[in-house]
Write a protein that binds this ligand. Structure first.
Ligand code: ADP
Ligand code: MG
Length: 381
């Protein structure tokens, strides 16, 4: 087991694509770490560069106390599971699992024994004499994991290990993978473009965009306090509402409602300044009745998501932009869904609103700074 330290790691492909851009990252010993980001952001390149399958164009890779930047893959003591598993179709499960041991010149009896034991740990004992073509997707994935595990590497690198499985199997495999990682305690880096998978599995997540890391944090941190609007939009099964807002003295004009400016940013903001008010659909409460400090608008879409619905409202913007509307989404529990065309009110939950300027998080509503109900609706008119 070992920590991984990346310093200013850069990868420029011969065609000029800068897939990794001076990336700094520390992954702790024994950590289950996710690299998350949209397709093409450099996840696979980063994993392959840690594995030594790609040589970096600049910067360094350390595994444990060794600088492995210019070492070949075989000397890095890592095992990688590829997205398509890359099993040898003409070999049995036993030989597939034992293959890396053969490359390492482990004796035949010893490697057969190790392969059998690893297969046993992964529930594959009954399948040792089959070929990959005679296995289900989930079984193939376990064989790929077993092949990686048989060498007892210091680091596991998994590239979208669950993406070839159908939805139900994927959940099962996810739970299995998490348990396995806990038991083995091996430093594991896994790549995914699926934010739900990263949140469910990882101890910490690095969210990537265009060869850079936009935020590193625990699932709770990246969900609750996305450091920028990119992460805010990427994390969460329903993206965060990002509503244009303007500073008006001590208040923030969000659409047509005035909310107190959070205390931690009060000194930083200037009157009239444009910011973005962020709040997750899960942290808004919907009401068919007027509520103080609530955004109001017309319901346009109601999407049934099982035990709740995702309701989209068109909220009219503030005075200078009269006529414009902003779309705001709110999660509504089953049985309380409105109809399209209804007028609704949505109130942000205490302490769950975020303020972004130029795309970066600058503050949030602390518990105390939450819109205290003013004096009741209509009272200030
Ligand atoms: P991800 O795994 O996040 O989808 P990749 O690491 O595969 O992203 O790719 C990152 C960028 O590098 C993309 O723009 C991709 O087109 C480019 N790229 C990947 N592999 C190569 C390669 N072998 N040669 C040139 N460009 C590549
Ligand atoms: Mg990839």
């Amino acid at each position: 087991m070992a920590a991984i330290t990346l310093r200013e790691l850069t990868k420029v492909y011969p065609n000029g694509v800068r897939a990794l851009d001076a990336l700094d990252l520390e992954i702790a010993d024994g950590e289950f770490f996710a690299l998350l980001g949209p397709s093409g952001c450099g996840k696979t390149t980063l994993l392959r560069t840690i594995a030594g399958l790609e040589l970096s164009s600049g910067g360094s890779v350390r595994i444990g106390d060794r600088d492995v930047t210019s070492l070949p893959p075989g000397q890095r003591d890592v095992a990688m599971v590829f997205q398509d598993y890359a099993l040898f179709p003409h070999m049995t499960v036993r030989d597939n699992i034992a293959y890396p041991l053969r490359i390492k010149k482990v004796g035949k009896a010893d490697r057969q024994d190790k392969a059998a034991r690893t297969a046993d740990e992964l529930g594959l004992s009954a399948l040792l004499d089959r070929r990959p073509g005679q296995l289900s997707g989930g079984q193939q994935q376990r064989v790929a994991l077993a092949r990686a595990m048989a060498c007892h590497p210091q680091v596991f690198l998994l590239d979208e290990p669950l993406s070839n499985l159908d939805a139900r199997l994927r959940l099962e495999a996810r739970t299995f993978l998490k348990r396995l990682q806990r038991e083995l305690g091996v430093t594991t880096v896994f790549v995914t473009h699926d934010q739900a998978e990263a949140l469910a599995l990882a101890d910490r997540i690095a969210v990537m965009e265009g060869g850079r890391i936009r935020q590193v944090g625990t699932p709770t941190e990246v969900f609750r306090r996305p450091a920028n609007t990119f992460v805010a939009g990427f994390i969460g099964s329903t993206p965060m509402n990002l509503v244009p807002a303007r500073v008006r003295g001590d208040e923030l004009a969000v659409a047509a409602v005035r909310l107190p400016v959070p205390e931690d940013v009060r000194g930083e903001l200037t009157d009239g300044e444009q910011v973005v008010y962020g709040v997750r659909p899960e942290y808004l409460d919907y009401s068919p009745e007027p509520a103080s400090g609530a955004l109001t608008g017309q319901v346009v879409v109601v999407e049934n998501l099982g035990s709740f619905s995702l309701v989209s409202l068109d909220v009219p913007a503030e005075e200078p932009d009269a006529g414009a509307t902003t779309s705001v989404q709110v999660v509504v529990p089953e049985g309380r869904e409105p109809e399209p065309g209804d007028t609704g009110w949505v109130t942000p939950r205490p302490g769950r609103s975020l303020i972004y300027r130029d795309g970066e998080l600058i503050g949030s509503t602390a518990e105390a700074a939450v819109p205290a109900p003013r004096t009741g609706v209509g009272a200030d008119a």
